[in-house]
Design a protein around this ligand. Structure first.
Ligand code: IFM
Length: 721
């Protein structure tokens, strides 16, 4: 088995949404869905831009899809050679994970189309395609190549006022409706001379129409270069787009390809996990690492990553806790600059978090549950649509999933502890920690009688149980947050006057005195037979099986949570919650309790979120349940190979790639199987390899140096790279 690629034979329009994700090309700036070049909106083509958002009327705010600058469509003797219009004799598509190259070959009968394309890792504005047409009959071939504005949008259209330009590079530019961001896409093309050529401007975009007389057996190849810029990149995106794609044309496809492949080689050198002994698992790991690396912001030092990466507009292109808890670990251990960027995004968006806290009547920083640019809260009050009534359902993720602020603090502290680099704390990180802690002080409910402090009316990671009291995970996260705030004094002990000045600037004197008081009193969960109760009253809920709950569904797309959801009155949970706490705080349970909790919660977990299995796997590694860990590892790592993640929440489409699982796969392999721990640039390992795995070998970066962790069944070594 080729562990570096995924190939699919056959074409079924019903799989188009899924395949667009699985065969995605991306480079952190944009995501180019894995659809055929000729695709119209029914096949979900999209070039999703990182960090560019727009809202149309009162619809959901979401990232902007740029016009498709790699649009190509062949007609032979008047017949379209286009998937979705013409049934192919056979169709094959492939993504090569090592180089991020998408390949397709479609035999339409009279002609075979073969292409290679990529989103350049060497120049993030560029996408390129080499398109080869082989003819089986004589006649006239017409190729329409251009910038198509006929694209897929979930809550669009986001662009209007299109203007076009012909010439050596075609250009389409337009404005977003909400903020007037200019988006410009240019396309240039290289091919052998001969034949006629004209330019057409239509409602669907601007196209070059190339006509050739062709003979059976002949081959016609074009190389296409497209560049995307927005006014967030600079003052003249139109000019930049034209210039960049003409420069690429000048350099040629092969030179651009070499630079791109080199950039990917560097990425693999810093992050590749080699797994020997099981090819399916090795391929799944490559897939996971490809998808997470492909969407990392390398062109910016202050962007984070949306929960569905750059695979489209699902989840409003928003940044969730997935960034800090699931993506961050791979980056901080392998490419700390990217980890820094994820955190810089939170530092920069602190004002948005302060505003959100104020909106709810609290102090401090309450980070958005679904954060867009500048910390705008993208999460609406109605995040699910009921499949029976078609009415929006009031959901409380936005208001009650308060662990989000502590999750940000968790990653800030991890960054400091793992790298030993204090600069991020100095550059605003300490302020974030203090403001997040302040939020919890103001959110706490103190009881006058026994001085216990509760956190009422919250939602933990298990979103099926809404508005609960004292979610164990949330309370533990808050404890960690308050503790981190208190320990800042120690972190800055060599500069006490600077830290005192920060406290004064934030008017923190009273809050500082409260931190330790509240910390000591935060409610501890009930423990029964060694099992920690997920929230107050959880053990009193109906204790039935997952199958039983599933059998109560009247529609497979029904939402399980909320007031009327089938899971809400039962102990069935959506995703790891107590076990997520166990995975993030290895010292919180003694091993026997860890075992009891794992055995209790795992059968009661739907794993309805792609964030779940990896938390169970990490914990399973610690308690020696390696067979279970292995199964959960495969489930996690294979998600964007099999495409088995959930596609619907009620009537809302939630498909896309699964970066949290991608990051989870890295975590299970490195933190779980290898038992990697890094503190202050020091590396420790504690291998526990499942028996299927012969070897696990991967790089980590500590104090600016690269090391190789090499684990076999005989033990492990840490080697200089
Ligand atoms: O952040 C997650 C959440 O925990 C479960 N629903 C999907 C979100 C985005 O991945």
């Amino acid at each position: 088995m080729d562990t570096w690629s995924l190939e699919k034979i056959g074409f079924n329009p019903k799989d188009a949404a899924l395949d667009g994700n699985r065969f995605l090309c991306a480079n952190g700036y944009l995501g180019l869905r894995g659809v055929p070049e000729e695709a119209g909106p029914s096949l979900f083509p999209a070039v999703t831009l990182a960090g560019v958002y727009d809202q149309v009327q009162d619809r959901w705010r979401e990232p902007v899809n740029a016009p498709n600058g790699l649009y190509l469509r062949l007609t032979l003797n008047g017949r379209p050679m286009a998937l979705g219009k013409t049934d192919p004799v056979c169709h094959r598509q492939k993504i090569d994970y090592r180089s991020g190259i998408f390949e397709r070959e479609t035999d339409f009968g009279p002609a075979i189309v073969r292409s290679h394309r990529f989103a350049s890792m060497a120049d993030c504005h560029l996408t390129l395609d080499r398109y080869e047409m082989r003819f089986r009959e004589d006649g006239e071939a017409v190729l329409r190549a251009g910038v198509s504005t006929d694209i897929w949008d979930i809550n669009g259209p986001h662009l209007s006022g299109f203007a076009y330009q012909g010439g050596d590079a075609l250009l389409a530019h337009a404005l977003t409706g909400e903020k007037g961001i200019r988006v410009a896409v240019a396309q240039s093309l290289r091919t052998e001379d001969g034949g006629e050529e004209s330019v057409e401007e239509t409602e669907q975009g601007v196209f070059r129409v190339l006509r050739r007389a062709v003979q059976a057996g002949s081959v016609w190849t074009v190389s296409v270069f497209s560049a995307v810029f927005t006014s967030l990149d600079g003052a003249d995106p139109e000019k930049a787009a034209v210039k960049t794609c003409l420069r690429a044309k000048e350099e040629g496809f092969s030179a651009c390809l070499r630079a791109h492949e080199e950039a990917w080689e560097n990425i693999w050198e810093s992050s590749e996990i080699v797994l020997e002994g099981d090819d399916t698992a090795a391929r799944a790991l490559h897939a996971s690492q490809y998808h997470l690396n492909a969407i990392a912001p390398r062109h910016s030092d202050r962007l984070s990553i949306p929960a569905r990466g750059l695979s489209g507009q699902t989840y409003k292109g928003a940044v969730f806790w997935d960034s800090e808890i699931f993506f961050f670990p791979m980056f901080v251990h392998t490419q700390p600059k990217i980890a820094r960027s994820l955190l810089r995004y939170r530092i920069d968006t602190l004002p948005g978090a302060i505003k959100k806290a104020e909106e709810y009547g609290y102090r401090g920083a309450f980070y958005p549950w679904e954060s867009q640019e500048g910390g705008v809260e993208g999460c609406t009050n109605f995040n699910v649509v009921d499949v029976f009534t078609h009415r929006p359902v009031r959901t409380y993720f936005r208001d009650k999933q308060i662990h989000i602020s502590a999750d940000v603090v968790y990653a800030l502290r991890s960054y400091y502890e793992i790298t030993g680099d204090r600069s991020l704390l100095e550059e605003g990180g300490a302020r974030v920690i203090l403001e997040c802690a302040r939020f919890y002080l103001s959110r706490a409910c103190a009881h006058v009688d026994d001085e216990r402090v509760d956190f009422d009316d919250v939602i933990g990671p298990d979103e099926y149980h809404e508005r609960v009291r004292n979610n164990a995970f949330t309370n533990q996260m808050i404890r960690h947050c308050l503790n981190t705030a208190l320990e800042l004094r120690e972190v800055f002990s060599d500069r006490p006057e600077r830290f005192s000045a920060l406290l004064r600037e934030l008017h923190y004197e009273k809050d500082w005195a409260l931190l330790a008081r509240v910390l000591e009193r935060i409610s501890r969960p009930r423990v029964k037979n060694g099992v920690t109760e997920q929230f107050d009253g959880y053990f009193d809920l109906e204790d039935c099986s997952l199958d039983m709950v599933r059998s109560r569904l009247r529609d497979p797309r029904e939402y399980w949570g909320g007031d009327h959801g089938v899971a809400g009155t039962t102990q069935i949970i959506k995703q790891a919650d107590v076990i997520a706490m166990a995975a993030l705080f290895p010292d919180v349970f003694p091993d026997d309790q860890l075992n009891a909790n794992w055995a209790y919660y795992e059968p009661r977990t739907e794993h309805g979120s792609s964030l779940s299995a990896c938390m169970y796997a990490l914990t399973a590694c610690r308690i020696g349940r390696l067979e279970e860990a292995w199964k959960l590892f495969l489930k996690t790592a294979e998600i964007d190979v099999s495409g088995e993640g959930k596609q619907w929440a009620g009537e809302i489409y939630i498909g896309g790639t699964h970066p949290a699982s991608n990051g989870g796969a890295w975590m299970i392999a490195a933190l779980g199987f290898a038992g990697l721990k890094m503190r202050n640039g020091r590396i420790e390992i504690n291998p526990r390899l499942p028996k299927t795995v012969k070897r696990l070998r991967f790089p980590v970066t500590a104090s600016g140096k690269r090391f190789i962790i090499d684990i076999t069944q005989a033990g492990g070594k840490i080697l200089p790279a």
